[in-house]
Design a protein around this ligand. Structure first.
Ligand code: PEP
Ligand code: MN
Length: 234
């Protein structure tokens, strides 16, 4: 969430193309402390307004238990990001927040560790947990991360929880996002989480992996026959 105008424009374009849930960051975990780290509470208010205007539910990340009440008050669902997958205090806290939780796989977490992290949330009384494969660190440096699509059919056999795939962080490369979204749909993902920006070169975060709105629309169209081929629909 950069500005109200930016979010509304990108969100509207994504919705018109077929997106069903809005995701934007008010609290951003950044590798460098000098990078844009989100506008915090003011962004939550604007996110709620924009989501209502677009008539879309929204999910946003919570990084600290101290912010959880405020985030859960505004958002339709909360996200625990990759860097906090092992933050057991936060996992327990979101287990009591009353909102669905998107739990992203840690940068170096095994699938087993992801499933155990989910148990912390489930065990704290929250049954609405959605897992997200977002790529892991490997020796490969050509892409930002290595998107582990093995995780999708594996988790489907081990767990009843829905699984999203995030090919944006999974690859870090705009041109690889759509091919890997299609692969994710083919292997049984329940949803795709993709970064979209009206003007990616000017984005304050992750511009290199953000799709232009027309690319997002093309991705959605390309996904339809793939989803249908595996017995799903968009
Ligand atoms: C995000 O989804 O905004 C994000 C920071 O991703 P991750 O936690 O997977 O790095
Ligand atoms: Mn990002």
């Amino acid at each position: 969430m950069e500005t109200r105008e930016q979010l509304l424009a990108s969100g509207r374009a994504a919705k018109d193309a077929g997106a069903t849930i809005l995701r934007a960051g008010a609290y951003k975990p950044r590798t460098s402390p000098y990078s844009f780290s989100g506008h915090g509470p003011s962004a939550l208010t604007l996110l709620r307004e924009v989501a209502d205007e677009l008539q879309m539910p929204f999910v946003t990340e919570v990084m600290d238990t101290a912010d959880l009440d405020l985030v859960a008050e505004h958002a339709d669902a909360v996200q625990v990001g990759a860097r906090n997958m092992h933050n057991f205090a936060l996992l327990r806290a979101v287990g009591g927040c009353g909102k669905p939780v998107v739990l992203k796989r840690g940068l170096s977490a095994t699938i087993e560790e992801l499933l155990l992290a989910a148990e912390y949330i489930l065990g704290s009384g929250n049954e609405q947990v959605i897992l997200c494969e977002r790529g892991i660190r490997t020796f490969e440096t050509a892409t930002r991360n290595t998107l582990d699509l093995n995780a999708v059919p594996y988790i489907k056999r081990k767990s009843h929880l829905p699984v999203l795939v995030d090919p944006s962080h999974g690859t870090g490369v705009r041109d690889l996002v759509t091919p890997m979204a299609l692969a994710a749909a083919a292997c049984g993902a329940d949803g795709i989480m993709v970064e979209v920006h009206e003007n990616p070169p000017a984005a304050l975060s992750d511009g290199a992996q953000s799709l232009y709105p027309d690319q997002f629309a093309e991705m959605v169209q390309a996904l339809r026959p793939v989803a249908q081929a595996v017995g799903r629909s968009l």
